[in-house]
Design a protein around this ligand. Structure first.
Ligand code: PEP
Ligand code: MN
Length: 354
């Protein structure tokens, strides 16, 4: 399904990416107002805060619900910032709209559930509000696109995606693995869909926010949604990943924004060179396959098996080491040679079974 999109038309400064900032949760009127004023003083135009919080386990802070919505109204009145919150059910949508929330987002646990997405989409029919859909917790691009299609199908044209990383059992550096190839592929599939990066939920740690913001910008993402709290250590949810408005301002001030479009002749020259190398590469591969087919013929005539495991291991080890010497990750070389070997085996099978 082709998405029918309109520009989001949300405020942004020219020198900075599109920023939505605010606490993980709206905890109290004072916390919301203090954080909002500090962010607004730093030039932020869009304020986020969770009103309903999807907690992994019961017993955590699940949000103040409707009680917190007037605080968001007050943010808008006193600072002029637009307000954004997460909706997970049609009831959330109704309440958020009733209190004039300007931007809605759908969380990662909800976008993983097509029933919940359809219910949300139905509740948004006839409404014109920008909606962002976070990637589902599992690394499934089709599920993410499906969630976006459902919302778009309800007539929401001001649509965006939020990349917040993917759950994994094996947590190392990141709270949620970024798996950048997934948002990159989303951009390739739907080029005019804005993608916002959420370094807070990917990193799960304050010190990872700056490098993740930079990486997102280097990969051409359109904006950032960052958790910022007036007193992060005391936050009622996601304390480890929140930064003060001051720190956020500093992080944003050191971001290097590179040109998305090619600005010099240089890059097209370099791309031409890449194309030439790729041509040569494919010709060499074809030559390798021709030799491989000859070997297949030999194996057939001498009653040998196709798979000669010791030769295969020798190739993987030798080429991995060679790659290393040339500054290429041996695992990458291994993957390439595994794919080449697989195709060689297929071609030899054809010959042997002729
Ligand atoms: C959030 O934005 O605070 C949140 C709960 O995010 P996610 O849905 O990405 O976990
Ligand atoms: Mn959070």
């Amino acid at each position: 399904m082709e998405l029918e999109l309109k520009p989001l038309c949300l405020p942004s400064d020219n020198e900075r990416p599109f920023i939505i900032a605010g606490p993980c949760s709206a905890e109290s009127e004072e916390q919301v107002m203090t954080t909002a004023k500090q962010l607004s003083d730093k030039g932020c135009h869009m304020f986020r805060a969770g009103i309903w919080k999807p907690r992994t386990k019961p017993g955590g802070f699940e949000g103040n619900g409707e009680t917190a919505l007037p605080w968001m109204q007050q943010v808008k009145q006193e600072t002029g910032m637009l307000t954004a919150t997460e909706v997970a059910t049609p009831e959330h949508v109704e309440l958020a709209l009733k209190y004039g929330i300007d931007i809605l987002w759908v969380g990662a646990r909800t976008s993983a559930n097509p029933f919940a997405m359809q219910a949300l989409a139905d509740s948004l029919k006839g409404v014109d509000v920008p909606v962002f859909v976070k990637n589902p917790v599992n690394p499934d691009l089709e599920l993410w696109i499906g969630a976006l299609e459902r919302i778009n199908g309800a007539g929401i044209k001001r649509l965006g995606a939020i990349h917040r990383g993917f759950s994994s059992f094996d947590k190392k550096i990141y709270r949620n693995l970024p798996m950048w190839q997934i948002p990159i592929e989303l951009k390739r599939r739907i080029p005019n869909l804005p993608i916002v990066n959420d370094p807070s939920h990917i990193g799960g740690r304050r010190d990872l926010i700056a490098p993740l913001c930079q990486q997102a910008m280097d990969l051409g993402m359109d904006g950032l949604i960052v958790e910022s709290h007036c007193n992060p250590d005391e936050a009622w949810s996601d304390a480890k990943q929140q930064v003060t408005p001051d720190i956020l301002d500093y992080i944003l001030s050191i971001l290097v924004i590179r040109e998305k479009m090619q600005t010099t002749e240089n890059i097209s020259q370099l791309r031409k060179q890449i194309d030439e190398v790729d041509d040569a590469f494919i010709e060499l591969l074809a030559k390798r396959m021709r030799i491989s087919r000859e070997i297949g013929q030999y194996k057939k005539e001498h009653g040998m098996t196709i798979l000669q495991t010791s030769r295969y291991s020798e190739i993987l080890d030798k080429r991995g080491a060679q790659g290393s010497l040339c500054g290429i990750d041996p695992d990458c070389i291994k993957k390439i040679f595994e794919a080449i070997h697989e195709e060689s085996v297929n071609q030899q099978m054809e010959i042997i079974n002729k």
